[in-house]
Design a binder for this molecule. Structure first.
Ligand code: GA4
Length: 336
């Protein structure tokens, strides 16, 4: 009997990229969050300029809690397909399987995408939870989002100190705002079957295609399975060794604009897992309220310096972003 695996139907649409040598990058700046000295703040600001990316340790979030949450996430993705499909298709929030966004992007993953602001965590209009997905998962996700939002705010305040902004909360207040347009995603990257890897002619199968994050700051945490890569200034793709005990923070497009290009919104992607275990990751995307004008911070501008970008609101950016493909440069539309 011939088995027709469901993945076979998806083969033509799954993307691949040139195989990168296992180019593991060990030069990522590490920030000790228990240390609020000038040196620490300086490490963050330099990392945002050089890489748009850094690792955070001593963050105060317990490993016990992270392991519990990860187990709940694994349990969700283990549910029968028809159970998970009840929370899809993402519009843009909800359960998604291989399809990303609205314009034909695909990847070797399944995910849950939540809308989150300090008051409300929701999946989509038909499932304002609790009661929607398993309550135990919902409770832990809420607790987690609160903790990583606090972490992002702390980092944004350290940045504000280092950049001598007029108020410490100039950036953090945007993601603390009750109207903050933030989101949260849980990703499950199942091991990629050999059969699929082989059709790629030695190329790597893409888990989540290259892109920059639109928001201000993102906070990533994953299990011990590798696959995450960032693009360095010289265009080289390098693998970031996973570290389930730490968090990885990255600059989003909005913070690049607010620093008039000083901070880099880092291009990143995930290659499909080629081992036996799924990569499980969770990312909080801290964004501003829809009506917020995204424009360079006046206090950092040098005399005579002009904004590189047109004036726009976060809502303008989002309307334009949802018409783009993942790998598009979404800030191009807003360059002067
Ligand atoms: C990239 C970063 C986040 O994962 C995300 C993504 C969003 C989606 O999956 O719905 C987008 C993508 C992301 C940017 C361009 C648009 C929107 C898919 C897509 C093609 C949740 C986000 O905020 O922007």
């Amino acid at each position: 009997m011939t088995m027709v695996l469901p993945v076979v139907h998806n083969l033509p649409q799954i993307k691949t990229c040139k195989p990168t040598p296992i180019n593991t990058f060990t030069g990522i700046p590490v920030v000790d969050l228990s240390d609020h000295t000038h040196a620490s703040k300086n490490t963050i600001v330099n990392a945002c300029k050089e890489f748009g990316f850094f690792k955070v340790i001593n963050h105060g979030i317990s490993m016990n809690f992270l392991t519990k949450l990860e187990q709940e996430i694994v349990n969700f993705f283990k549910l029968p397909q028809q159970e998970k499909d009840k929370w899809g298709s993402p519009n843009p929030f909800g359960y998604g399987n291989k399809n990303i966004g609205l314009n034909g992007d695909v990847g070797w993953l399944e995910y849950l995408l939540f809308s989150t602001n300090p008051q409300l965590l929701s999946l989509n209009s038909k499932s304002i939870i609790p009661g929607g997905i398993q309550e135990s998962l919902w409770i832990l996700v809420n607790e987690y989002v609160t903790a990583v939002r606090n972490m992002a705010c702390e980092v944004l305040e350290m940045i504000a100190d280092e950049l001598h902004l007029e108020a410490r909360d100039k950036l953090s207040k945007l993601i603390r705002d009750e109207k903050s347009d933030s989101c949260f995603r849980l990703n499950n990257y199942p091991p990629c079957p050999d059969q699929l890897q082989e059709t790629g002619n030695g190329r790597s199968v893409i888990g989540f295609g290259e892109h920059t994050d639109p928001q201000i700051m993102s906070v990533l945490r994953s299990n011990e399975v590798s696959g995450f890569q960032i693009c360095l200034k010289d265009g080289a793709w390098v693998s970031i060794p996973p570290d389930p005990t730490s968090f990885f923070l990255n600059v989003g497009d909005s913070l690049q604009v607010m620093t008039n290009g000083r901070f880099k919104s880092v291009k990143h992607r995930v290659l499909a897992a080629d081992n036996l275990k799924s990569r499980v990751s969770m990312i909080y995307f801290g964004g501003p309220p829809l009506s917020e004008k995204i424009t360079p911070l006046s206090s950092i501008m040098e005399e005579g310096e002009e904004s590189l970008y047109k004036e726009y609101t976060w809502s303008d950016y989002k309307n334009s972003a949802y018409k783009t493909k993942l790998s598009d440069n979404r800030l191009e539309n807003f360059l002067k």
